[in-house]
Design a protein around this ligand. Structure first.
Ligand code: ADP
Ligand code: MG
Length: 324
């Protein structure tokens, strides 16, 4: 059956952990990812793609800081928009080339996409998301004087020299600002890349105008908002493990296969899925089912098609039960 699927791609879909992040490396990884996406499109599924931007934004922030004597650094919301363009462009070009090769006349478009958050979000009180370069104690002290608005935290143990990093809030995504445009494009049969890096975080200022905010939204949670907006049948999170696991990293570690909503909620409450990695993926999937979604999948790129056919991956479904 043809389905509409929102796919959230993890960091390794664009840059592997051991790579520097050259354009060639990134193009190679994006091409590997796009081959799987093409297979799904050949089945007739409709796809909306979202992606992380952690390594790209990290590298760009380092460049900005290194070049600050020559050209002014840009604020974090603009860095977010820049990396949406960077990653979106690679998908737009590589996926389009592959589709033409397959004689599939589907247009591919990536958009700069804003996501609304609230400045009342509790994470603004105690920001949790590290961004950009690591600093020594001295560098951190200097930076604090130059940029009094920055919050800098010690994020590595005391024996590590460069252990300080800027942290920003990671607020909950409330609304996808360009949702109507995305919905119309999807309805018109366009393959859309949206909400990259969790979306550019924006707030309403006192005059009810949109304004960028120095924050980073979790890309899986923002992906879920995107999935509900387009009324997706399936929300699929592709990462570097083929299942969410219980007792992760312990001798009795076990894959979660097909699982009902309430059972997965219980496993999440028991703390099996780590904050900042698997935790938000599971939470995003649970929210998708709460909203009325029929299936949320967590798996790796190479198991994506098997997971769609209920043969692999973690599949979270409404409580009525698993189809296999
Ligand atoms: P991505 O960059 O793809 O968004 P993350 O690195 O944030 O992915 O999250 C995936 C990682 O989550 C896995 O590589 C694994 O180390 C970690 N993880 C934490 N808890 C679990 C769990 N219960 N089951 C599987 N993986 C887990
Ligand atoms: Mg990762």
């Amino acid at each position: 059956m043809r389905k509409s699927i929102v796919i959230a791609l993890g960091g390794n879909a664009i840059k592997q952990a051991d790579e520097k992040g050259t354009a060639e490396e990134q193009r190679h990884n994006v091409a590997t990812t796009c081959r799987q996406l093409v297979s799904m499109l050949k089945y007739g599924h409709r796809l909306v793609i979202t992606h992380g931007n952690g390594p790209q934004a990290g590298n760009l922030l380092i460049q900005q800081e290194a070049g600050v004597a020559e050209v002014p650094a840009q604020p974090l919301d603009i860095v977010g928009a820049m990396t949406q363009g960077q990653v979106g462009y690679m998908f737009q070009q590589i996926l389009q080339n592959m589709l033409w090769e397959e004689r599939l006349s589907l247009p591919v478009v990536s958009i700069v996409n804003q996501v609304l958050v609230s400045e009342d979000d509790p994470d603004y009180q105690d920001p949790s998301k590290p961004v950009g370069p690591f600093y020594t104690k001295e560098e951190a002290a200097t930076l604090k004087i130059e940029r009094p608005d920055y919050i800098i935290k010690e994020v590595k143990p005391e024996n590590v020299e460069r252990r300080f990093r800027r942290v920003v809030p990671s607020p909950e995504p409330l609304r996808n600002i360009e949702y109507l445009a995305i919905r119309r494009m999807v309805d018109a049969g366009i393959v859309v890349v949206a909400s990259g890096g969790g979306g550019v975080p924006v707030i309403f200022d006192k005059d009810k105008n949109l304004k960028g905010t120095a924050a980073v939204i979790d890309k899986d949670k923002a992906g879920e908002v995107l999935a509900t907006v387009v009324g997706a049948d399936v929300f699929m999170v592709l990462t570097d493990v083929d299942h969410a696991k219980i007792n992760f990293g312990k001798p009795d570690e076990k894959n979660v296969g097909c699982v009902g909503y309430s059972e997965m909620r219980k496993l999440a409450a028991e703390g099996h899925f780590k904050a900042g990695s698997m935790g938000p993926k599971v939470e995003a999937c649970l929210r998708f089912i709460e909203w009325g979604g029929q299936k949320a999948i967590i798996t790796s790129l190479d198991k994506a098609i098997a997971a769609l056919m209920d043969q692999s991956g973690t599949r979270i479904v409404p409580d009525v039960g698993c189809s296999v």
